[in-house]
Write a protein that binds this ligand. Structure first.
Ligand SMILES: *Cc1c(COP(=O)(O)O)cnc(C)c1O
Length: 375
């Protein structure tokens, strides 16, 4: 088994794995399970600082993004797609798939979205039903300031769909303060449960928009309205994956008990970036570094494949490359959720130091030492 230091899926703690092996009831017919599901949803809402309702859907993170777009988009709707990364741009596909008209707002992919420039644009262009925003665009590690972007869009009457799959719980998310209409999360990033579940947090405005649709939602599985009234009726739209949800609950109980989770991510993120830069490597971004992942450019002396292979074969550690336009260009260290601990970071940076030297890269500092000094 490799030590997983990727930006998702992340390491899964033993109590989460054990919870998935608990005895099962019939989740369709046992009202206690309906209570358990609802309590778990309420716990997620409280951890995200909101009164809005959370729904757990039976599908990987992508299902949440698709369900948000499917449920809000009607044929012909104009949707603003904020794009400074691969997931950012990717939202346009979900919008078009459900008949919407995506308009890309494409900006520099090395810096976070500039809210001053965005406001300039919105002054003349605000005829959108909603906008899509990515909190951490994982392939580059870009962190966008959803705390200022979402209220700004709301001021212009634009609802927001936010993908915080790889940021939430490693970066602060306050749904009510940020006025987010649909927030999407997944089980396999900082939440540190296995892949397989997504959850969405839905505002009253988003529910109203769904209720006022003139056309039906063109999906069943990616349809948030099918959950309407599930609790009162004690009836789920489809059979819930009970073991996955037991595991997810254990993961959220871990988060609820972990009072300095955000602070730890901030410290580890900062120390990791220092280690990388003081060693003479180049961070891929200019600004907007997410504390959940560190992304650096592959040095000219070697290749991404050689680095990843050597880390696995000689150190038993799995790091990630990237994909799409960033394939082969960067290496990603995922320090989110259970991965975000000092021991694993020291082991990883020590191994990376060895690996790079072995591949002919001369480093200006000992990464492990720099990391430790900054913790
Ligand atoms: C991981 C992730 C998702 C979930 O989908 P994958 O199939 O794992 O890509 C969605 N959005 C972001 C930003 C992610 O990092």
């Amino acid at each position: 088994m490799y030590k997983i230091m990727t930006p998702g899926p992340t390491q899964v703690k033993e109590n989460v794995r054990m919870a998935r092996s608990l005895e099962c009831t019939n989740p369709d017919l046992d009202e206690e399970f309906v209570e358990f599901y609802k309590e778990t949803c309420e716990l997620i809402s409280s951890l995200l600082h909101t009164k809005n309702e959370t729904l757990i859907l039976d599908g990987e993170g992508i299902l949440g993004l698709e369900a948000a777009c499917a449920s809000l988009t009607e044929p012909g709707d104009k949707v603003l797609v904020l794009d400074n990364g691969i997931y950012g741009k990717g939202f346009a596909d979900f919008v078009s798939m459900y008949g919407g008209k995506p308009e890309l707002y494409t900006v520099d992919d090395k810096n976070p979205i500039d809210t001053v420039a965005l406001e300039e644009y919105l002054k003349d262009n605000h005829d959108y039903k909603y906008a899509t925003v990515v909190h951490c665009d994982t392939p580059s590690g870009m962190l966008n300031d959803i705390g200022s972007i979402c209220p700004l869009l709301k001021k212009y009457g634009i609802m927001t769909v936010v993908d915080s799959v790889s940021a939430m719980f490693g970066e602060e998310v306050r749904v009510d303060d940020y006025q987010i209409d649909i927030l999407c999360g997944g089980s396999q990033k900082a939440v540190s449960a296995p892949p397989g579940l997504t959850f969405v947090v839905v505002s009253e405005d988003a529910k109203k928009a769904m209720a006022e649709r003139k056309t039906p939602i063109a999906s069943f599985y990616a349809n948030l309205k099918v959950f309407e009234g599930y609790y009162e009726a004690k009836w789920f739209p489809y059979t819930m994956p009970i073991s996955d949800i037991y595991g997810l609950r254990a993961a959220f109980d871990n988060i609820a008990a972990d009072k300095d989770m955000l602070e730890r991510h901030a410290k580890i993120g900062n120390a990791c970036r220092k280690a990388v830069t003081e060693a003479g490597l180049k961070l891929h971004l200019e600004a907007g570094f997410s504390n959940t992942v560190t992304v650096f450019d592959v040095p000219g002396e070697t290749t991404a494949k050689e680095i990843l292979d050597t880390m696995r074969k000689e150190h038993n550690i799995m790091l990630a490359g990237s994909f799409d336009t960033l394939a082969g260009q960067v290496i990603r260290i995922g320090h989110m959720g259970s991965n975000a601990n000092v021991e694993d970071m020291l082991e990883t940076l020590g191994a990376l130091d060895d690996t790079l030297k072995k591949l002919g890269v001369s480093l200006k500092a000992d990464m492990k030492e720099v990391f430790q000094k900054n913790m």
